[in-house]
Design a protein around this ligand. Structure first.
Ligand code: ATP
Length: 221
């Protein structure tokens, strides 16, 4: 079983708010911080504890024992200066893991230099995902693993139906692996090589972007 970790989320906009909801769903302990009293009141009944504080005030953060949290997420978007100052303070206080939302490429660069352990850029990442989905009609989901590799979720093309995974031969021909096949309510993780593809099956595939593209060109109509 996973241990119950203590998270603090600073900034309760759409991004920070959705992180709070997701962490609570995972049964984690969450301290939510925002300088806006109304936001804090909104989250008081959702998270473990919600407090009003300005995260650029070192004393205020220390008073809340922020240094004792396993992971602090800085979800301040618009106010780049506040986001940078907060990150520096958290790093100075010795917070073990700091994840920060970046607003743009330069913000991301600064955050990487000043002690953020992880920088997320949700708008850019969603943009890339949506672009992949609209370029290819068969791609339902796209997750970038690195510059060259990704995981895609695609609907089985008509040409695939009736063929086994061995017959599709994705690994030898394209160097791609089928991680799972979703069939209605069922999910076949590491599917058997004998599994026969059915109409509407959804394949979850990992591989190099170029190879996934070649595979799609061959198998999708
Ligand atoms: P999102 O894009 O996630 O919806 P947003 O645009 O709604 O964000 P932002 O301005 O990015 O809002 O800020 C997110 C939250 O961070 C706001 O609720 C804001 O009150 C809070 N915030 C901003 N600066 C500070 C600060 N110094 N200390 C605490 N909270 C802050």
């Amino acid at each position: 079983m996973r241990s119950k970790k203590q998270f603090a989320v600073i900034g309760l906009g759409r991004f920070g708010g959705s992180i709070c909801h997701a962490l609570m769903k995972e049964k984690m302990e969450v301290l939510a911080i925002d300088q806006d009293k109304e936001k804090v009141e909104e989250f008081a009944s959702i998270v473990t504890k919600a407090v009003v504080a300005d995260s650029t005030d070192e004393k205020a953060l220390k008073k809340r024992g922020i240094q004792n949290f396993d992971h602090v997420i800085v979800a301040i978007g618009d106010n780049i200066l506040a986001s940078i100052l907060t990150t520096i303070i958290l790093d100075d206080l010795g917070v073990e893991k700091i994840t920060v939302k970046a607003q743009n490429h330069y913000h991301e660069k600064v955050l990487n230099r000043i002690g953020a352990d992880s920088v997320v850029h949700p708008e850019r990442d969603i943009g890339v995902r949506v672009a992949h989905q609209v370029v290819s009609e068969s791609v339902l989901e796209y997750l970038e693993v690195s510059d060259k590799y990704s995981i895609v979720e695609m609907v089985a093309g008509a040409k695939m139906v009736g063929k086994t995974i061995v017959e599709l031969d994705f690994r030898a021909t394209y160097g791609c692996n089928i991680l799972a096949v979703k069939r209605e309510e069922d999910v076949y993780v590491s599917p058997s090589p004998d599994l026969v593809m059915k109409e509407k099956d959804i394949l979850i595939i990992i591989g190099a972007d170029d190879d996934i593209g070649r595979l799609e060109n061959h198998w999708m109509d």
